[in-house]
Design a binder for this molecule. Sequence first.
Ligand code: ATP
Length: 245
Amino acid sequence: MASGALAVRDLSVSYGKAVRALRRVSLEVPEGSVTAVLGANGAGKTTLLRAISGTLSFHRGAVEGGEISLGDRTLSGLRPSAVVAAGVVQVPEGRRVFGRLSVEENLKAGALGAPDRSGVAEARGRVLELFPVLAERAKQRAGLLSGGEQQMLAIGRALMARPKVLLLDEPTLGLAPLMAERISETIIEINRQGTAVLLIEQNAALALELAATAHVLEVGEVTLHGDAAELAASDEIRRRYLGVA
Ligand code: ATP
């Protein structure tokens, strides 16, 4: 394993006795890379992120086996706050921001997960540079922002914790094409500045464009993985995920 990589090995997850959501899933997010996980509704993509971020138990899920690590540090079994402190931060599905708090207060809340206070002002500067609209709307209630702006705030809040690895759950879902493109460009820029990204996407075309490597999840199992450009060119991916006959 590459040093500093986020690694998932043989991960199995269940919800109660009836639902086996993941079966022996393995993948790696190398330091500084963008890695994508594609899959249809219900394939287990969100479950994978919950397992990594330590939030499975909030959804009555449990890890049945396997290991999650960041470099030589084991993440399995850590509380969510400890996973954040270790450098892995999730931007939840559905851009959940604190709607009654201002934009500024949301960013401050994100900084609570930062490894130390000294870099908070710098992180804030970087977030506002990535998303100037958040500076313009600093005093506004987050709930009043547009969907795209809320996604920017959700990503910005996660960046305030200065993650080594950012976990993104369908960041462009439900956004207008121009806004989706704007978010995609930002993901590239965040990665260029050194943060690794695990990108969960139903939009396979977008994911394969942004990522270096990709994994396909089908009913809880990784059925294909490899170089994103090679996957984008493969007949099976083109037929099943890119809508090309
Ligand atoms: P989507 O794109 O719809 O979010 P997904 O690929 O993220 O899909 P998951 O949400 O991880 O898929 O769901 C994987 C499986 O686990 C599905 O069969 C789903 O119904 C089930 N599941 C998810 N959350 C729970 C839960 N809290 N309790 C029981 N079953 C769940």
